[in-house]
Write a protein that binds this ligand. Structure first.
Ligand SMILES: Cc1ncc(COP(=O)(O)O)c(C=O)c1O
Length: 385
């Protein structure tokens, strides 16, 4: 958000900045979903709903979980909130006591550790590495668990890496968790519909049935349906947890936007064929960006299977000096100088707990991506030392 703001400030000052720092699709919400929102307004669905969501939307969510993962959640096992972020907040707010630990593997979405801290818990951050596609191994999970561990957070496809856990990866993690029956899992599957190369996103409760009773399977409409502004997130999980999360909402947000809930029924139950087209566009952009960045001898970019980010290694550029005389000591100076001197906004990996890397969002037009890659390559070519 700081990089997006810095980019905005430069833009306001009249500079031609290309911003690839934000995490939202550049597509419009599909027409049939917008129409459902308008119909809801015209039908007078503009009042409060039950605090954690409409029964009709819970039914639609239940159908989705069953169709996508063979997961059976009843109405009292489903919760709906104003965004995926609110689901995560409600879950941690409802369960964490001071001293409770939450395992959050690197690189992580920036909000997880901050929400944990806000709720009085302690983030425990196992490092992963690029060679293992930044996925948490069973060994690293085992080493991170203590008697104080309350939650493990998984995110697949991952923001910022775009990498995905396979069924085998998830089963290996579940095997470790069998030895630790008090540890719950929050799996953030918000990018699950954005996958490429024939890959299908799997979720831990779906592949290891014994984990379902202590897993919160979180999802939302922001990314898959290009609905970031509608603010709807949801989850399936154990009934007592879902009930405790509703109590948090009762004294904070109340119900998520009624109109958005009706639009979400149309999103979840409606035609999904547009996703094939969008994913084709995303994967073409991904291939272009990966190929372009790898043309610089200073950068290395792996090819991820999902989401709309690449997480590239910029360590080859560190220790060098930019044209304006900035010494690039870390990914933070790399990203800051790239913004100030080449007018491209990306996010330094340090923000995600993974220094030496940067996240670039390719949810942008081909033309912008082409210009941005040209600028990044020219910036790298201009470095000295
Ligand atoms: C990994 C991850 N989880 C959750 C969210 C939150 O999404 P929402 O807009 O539904 O709050 C985001 C948004 O950037 C995200 O990247």
């Amino acid at each position: 958000m700081a990089m997006t703001q810095a980019a905005r400030d430069l833009k306001r000052a009249g500079r031609d900045v290309i911003s690839l720092s934000a995490g939202e699709p550049d597509f419009e919400t599909p027409e049939h979903i917008r129409a459902a929102g308008i119909s809801a307004i015209n039908a007078g669905y503009t009042r409060y709903t039950p605090v954690d969501g409409l029964p009709a939307l819970k039914s639609a969510i239940s159908r989705r979980f069953m169709a996508d993962h063979g997961l059976a959640y009843k109405e009292n096992e489903i919760t709906i909130a104003p965004g995926g972020k609110a689901i995560i907040y409600n879950a941690f707010r409802a369960t964490l006591n001071p001293g409770d630990e939450v395992i959050i593997p690197t690189p992580y979405w920036v909000s997880y550790p901050d929400i944990v801290r806000l709720c009085g818990g302690t983030p425990v951050i196992p490092q992963t590495n690029a060679d293992a596609r930044f996925l948490l191994s069973a060994e690293k999970l085992d080493a991170a668990i203590t008697p104080a561990t309350k939650w493990l957070v998984l995110n697949s496809p991952c923001n910022p890496t775009g990498e995905m856990y396979t069924e085998e990866n998830l089963r290996a993690l579940a095997t470790v968790l069998q030895q630790h029956p008090n540890v719950m899992v929050l799996t953030d599957d918000i990018y699950e519909k954005i996958t490429f190369d024939g890959r299908i996103s799997k979720t831990i409760a779906g592949v290891a049935g014994e984990m379902k009773e202590r897993t919160l399977t979180m999802n939302g409409v922001s990314k898959a349906y290009a609905m970031t502004g509608w603010r709807i997130g949801y989850a399936g999980g154990p009934a007592p947890l879902v009930k405790a999360m509703a109590k948090i909402m009762m004294q904070s947000t109340s119900n998520p936007c009624t109109i958005s809930q009706y639009a979400t029924i149309a999103a979840l139950d409606g035609d999904h064929s547009f996703l094939t087209g969008w994913n084709k566009i995303y994967s073409k952009r991904r291939d272009f960006v990966v190929q372009s960045l790898n043309a610089s001898p200073l950068l290395h970019c792996a090819t991820p299977s999902g989401a709309f980010y690449v997480f590239f290694d910029c360590r080859g550029a560190l220790g060098k000096t930019s044209l304006s005389g900035t010494y690039l000591a870390s990914d933070i100076e790399f990203a800051t100088s790239l913004l100030n001197e080449a007018l491209v906004a990306i996010v330094p990996g340090s923000a995600f707990g993974a220094p030496g890397f940067c996240r670039l969002s390719y949810a942008a037009s081909d033309e912008l991506l082409s210009q941005a890659c040209e600028r990044i390559l020219a910036f790298c070519d201009s470095l000295s030392g």
